[in-house]
Design a protein around this ligand. Structure first.
Ligand code: SAH
Length: 384
């Protein structure tokens, strides 16, 4: 595929991404420019309406437009791919960043609304065995502006296709959000700002592999966002076989940090458990998990492994998933199975990007644009 050049490459190097500024910081910048701070509200409203050019912000004076333009740009992402799943319930986007790194995010349509699963890092340092995003390690953190740009780009696309508004955000794309703590918290506060996108904290879910100190710090922030914790095993021995992070923190420390989060915020905590055939999916694992979480009013979300060739790991059979769920229910746990959307567009973290890059390196440049595993039946649509 012929890659169109990244339009942002034309930005002069001295300019900064205005999406990286909080409303307060923008007011300070305006004051320093000799302008009135109230213009911040106007600028933010334009940006959240999807405007990316200061010249189009028609209620700003020409001189302010020019001043802004000489110092800032509104961060945008160049869409490399847009894939719609065969059931039309998921849309996956591949975006090119200013420095030519690639990120992905996915829109999931549920009966209660449209949710965006966004990325917080390019790559990931956490090294979970089954996860495609960590294959090449961590490349870099995303800025708050780059996370906002995902929201704005996707919202623009949904509006363009008459597909409604984003009602929720999950930080479950590529990367470990709590390993990019400062930028992620800045992003959450900015996207919540009532003068801007106005996303309710309760509609935001952050998923972590269990970085205990950061989970405790998050509990102190006074935000009522939802927390999801990737557990994937009921004990340390097994967890260490699956997740490198289990060597740094014990499972009890992770569960205690989750409990602390619940006590501090009153928000229900979800434990995610990816079911891998023959490894962590036996009924005794379910009973051990129930015992570990005994007395903790939490939620358990079961995710049958999305196979991606990692380490030859296989997805649990339907029967095992069902038995696992039944064991937990029997033990009185609140359990659901993740609704799997977008399997045919490589919905799990990092898979689409991995396939895209493989094909680029492979140099074949065939017309499937690097998307190897889209198969009929289903015939998901690809648009660019
Ligand atoms: N770093 C965060 C966000 C990761 S993605 C975390 O670890 O929680 C969200 C969830 O998807 C995590 O529970 C992650 O372990 C899981 N996941 C990643 N790849 C998967 C795959 N191939 N199959 C099933 N679940 C996967």
């Amino acid at each position: 595929m012929e890659l169109a050049s990244n339009p942002n490459n034309n930005m002069s190097p001295g300019k900064r991404d205005i999406l990286n500024l909080s409303p307060e910081e923008l007011k300070e910048e305006l004051t320093a420019m000799g302008e009135k701070p109230f213009h911040a509200g106007q600028i933010i409203r334009w940006m959240y309406k999807g405007t990316t050019s200061f010249q189009e912000m028609s209620d700003l004076s020409g001189s302010l437009q020019r001043k802004l333009d000489s110092r800032f740009f509104v961060g945008t992402l160049q869409q490399l791919k847009r894939l719609v799943s065969s059931d039309h319930q998921a849309i996956k986007y591949l975006y090119l960043l200013l420095d030519d790194n690639i990120i992905e995010c996915v829109v999931l349509k549920y009966h209660h609304g449209v949710t965006l699963c966004l990325s917080t890092q390019v790559g990931c340092a956490m090294g979970c065995r089954f996860c495609a995003s960590t294959r090449g390690g961590l490349v870099r953190n995303l800025t708050a502006g780059e996370m906002e740009a995902q929201v704005l780009s996707v919202q623009r696309d949904l509006t363009g296709h008459d597909s409604g508004n984003l009602g929720g955000l999950v930080l479950m794309g590529c990367g470990e959000p709590l390993n990019n703590y400062v930028n992620v918290l800045k992003f959450i506060r900015q996207i919540h700002d009532p003068g801007g996108f106005d996303m309710g904290y309760r509609n935001i879910t952050l998923s972590t592999c269990g970085l205990v100190p950061q989970m405790r710090r998050l509990a102190e922030e006074g935000l009522s966002i939802n927390l999801a914790v990737s557990l994937h095993a009921p004990n340390d021995v097994l967890r260490r076989k699956i997740m490198k992070v289990a060597n740094a923190y014990t499972i009890q420390e992770v569960v205690d940090a989750g409990r602390y989060y619940y006590e501090k915020t009153g928000r229900r905590v979800t434990f995610e458990y990816t079911l891998i055939r023959g490894l962590n999916d036996r009924p005794e694992h379910a009973r051990e998990l129930a015992a570990l979480l005994d007395g903790f009013p939490c939620h358990i979300n079961l995710i049958p492994l999305n196979e991606n060739g990692q380490d030859g790991l296989r997805r649990s059979s339907e029967g095992s998933v069902h038995r696992f769920e039944m064991e937990l229910e029997h033990a009185g746990k609140n359990v659901t199975r993740r609704r799997e959307l977008g399997l045919d567009i490589q919905g799990a973290c990092g898979q689409l990007k991995a396939a895209y890059l493989e094909r680029k390196q492979d140099g074949s440049g065939r017309s499937d644009h690097g998307i190897r595993s889209i198969q009929s039946p289903g015939n998901p649509q690809e648009n660019q």
